[in-house]
Design a protein around this ligand. Structure first.
Ligand code: BGC
Length: 444
């Protein structure tokens, strides 16, 4: 208990929203590599399928956008499904573009500022079948899709994320093999990295050609990493490798044109200066140990500290200081930053209230130093299909009953609404929603 009132406020115009991705919310997405992946036995926990997802393609985006705006949000980040716009290599689907235009108009009518992601993990089948991002043609294919899409949607949006977590995509698809195409080959991982940077660069230039005022960036999966044993040099070395490959490689390449990894150094001149902002996705932090038994993870063992504040599945540890560290790391790119994702799986909603308040507090610390952080997007608005983890993990402010499509309002809706409406955090808010961490956010 504290007996005074205090508050931390954000600058006027700060963006408060949630983030979603097409395949995770739309439903009936049947023309991409994830649909096929879901049909293969053993790929997804419990054999779960995205199926109807949150039925956004069927129109339920309307009620969910209503929920967002009625609870104080002023922005939304969503993605466009490439396989809908370009179902076959030589064919564009104008109806699908109309559908997205309608959704964007829906955001506009509600006063929700849009951020559009152009690639969020899924590839059209025709593209996957020709090698996906392993193909040297991939940047050109992606560029054509981006041109078509941005030309069609530019009236409603000027902030674009080219690729969501290309670093997470490469690791999940080519090191761990849990995303399609399910490979575990480091040489392919490196090749795909290079092609994705080239794809980003093509997209960046195309977007600016089509829309002068556009702001274009990447959303990077940032992981705060610490050596498990500070005294043990191999642990420090593997932390260095992960920082370079996981955190730095993509935004550094998009800044300097140099893809700089311990395995490959490649100049990609067209990538120089291809970021107008940096999207930071922060969820959690790891200890990292060098461990010869972890062959599947290149002899590196990432784990959470003992006694960490874990989500029920153990998937995420609540380590808010990593959010501040993420933004501190981002400063070196000298760009405006947006927290494009942050959230926790918690179907009981017991951890999420303090997770939100503590992470937003860390964003405020950064903003308080005048670091150029422009917005925060919580992952996610409503429970959605969690990739290889299927429906076992629930990240929504609203819960979803997958069988009935019913939305379930969680306490976290009230927490986030209070933050958005206040444009900040107050002692009252923390005392009301997460008194267990008041002393961590405000001086006792
Ligand atoms: C991805 C989301 C995903 C979330 C939670 C992020 O890395 O961008 O698509 O749902 O993590 O697992």
């Amino acid at each position: 208990m504290i007996d005074y009132f205090a508050s931390y406020h954000f600058p006027k115009g700060f963006l408060w929203g949630t983030a979603t991705a097409a395949h995770q919310v739309e439903g009936n997405n049947i023309n991409n590599d994830w649909h096929r992946w879901e049909s293969e036995p053993g790929r997804i926990i419990n054999g779960d399928k995205s199926s109807l997802a949150c039925d956004w393609w069927g129109g339920r985006w309307k009620e969910d956008f209503d929920r967002a705006v009625e609870t104080g949000q002023n922005a939304h980040r969503m993605s466009i499904e490439w396989s809908r716009i370009q179902p076959e290599q030589g064919r564009w689907d104008e109806d699908a573009l109309d559908h997205y235009r309608e959704m964007l108009r829906g955001l506009y009518d509600r006063g929700l500022s849009p951020i559009i992601t152009l690639h969020h993990f899924t590839n059209p089948l025709w593209m996957a079948d020709q090698g996906g991002w392993e193909s040297p043609e991939a940047p050109v294919w992606f560029g054509a899709f981006v041109r078509k899409t941005v030309e069609a949607l530019k009236e409603y949006c000027s902030t674009w994320v080219t690729l969501n977590e290309p670093n997470g995509y490469v690791i999940s698809s080519y090191i761990w093999g849990v995303f399609p195409p399910g490979k575990k080959e480091i040489n392919l991982a490196i090749k795909v990295m290079a092609n994705m940077i080239k794809g980003h660069a093509v997209a960046y230039h195309v977007i600016h050609e089509v829309q002068k005022e556009a702001r274009v960036g990447l959303s990077i999966y940032y992981r705060k990493l610490q050596p498990a044993r500070r005294w043990f040099p191999p642990d420090r070395i593997v932390v260095g490798i992960q920082e370079k490959v996981v955190n730095d490689a993509f935004p550094v390449a998009a800044q300097s044109g140099l893809l700089d990894t311990p395995f490959l150094r490649l100049r990609i001149p067209e990538a120089v200066g291809t970021q107008d902002f940096l999207g930071v996705n922060y969820y959690s932090a790891d200890l990292v140990a060098f461990d010869l038994s972890k062959k599947d993870n290149l002899c590196m063992h990432n784990y959470y500290p003992a006694k960490a504040d874990l989500s029920l599945s153990g998937f995420i540890a609540n380590i808010p200081s990593g959010m501040y560290e993420a933004l501190k790391w981002g400063l070196k790119f000298r760009l405006p930053m947006i927290v494009t994702e942050n959230g926790v799986d918690d179907h009981l909603d017991t951890l999420r209230p303090r997770y939100i308040l503590q992470h937003v507090h860390q964003v405020w610390r950064a903003v308080n130093f005048n670091w150029p952080v422009k917005g925060y997007f919580h992952w996610s608005l409503v429970d959605n299909f969690e990739w290889e983890r299927g429906w076992t993990q629930r990240f929504g402010l609203w819960g979803l009953d997958v069988d009935t499509q019913q939305r379930i309002r969680r306490k976290s809706v009230d927490v986030y609404e209070a933050i958005c409406r206040e444009n900040g955090i107050t002692t009252e808010m923390v005392e009301k929603f997460a008194p267990e961490v008041t002393g961590k956010i405000f001086a006792a």
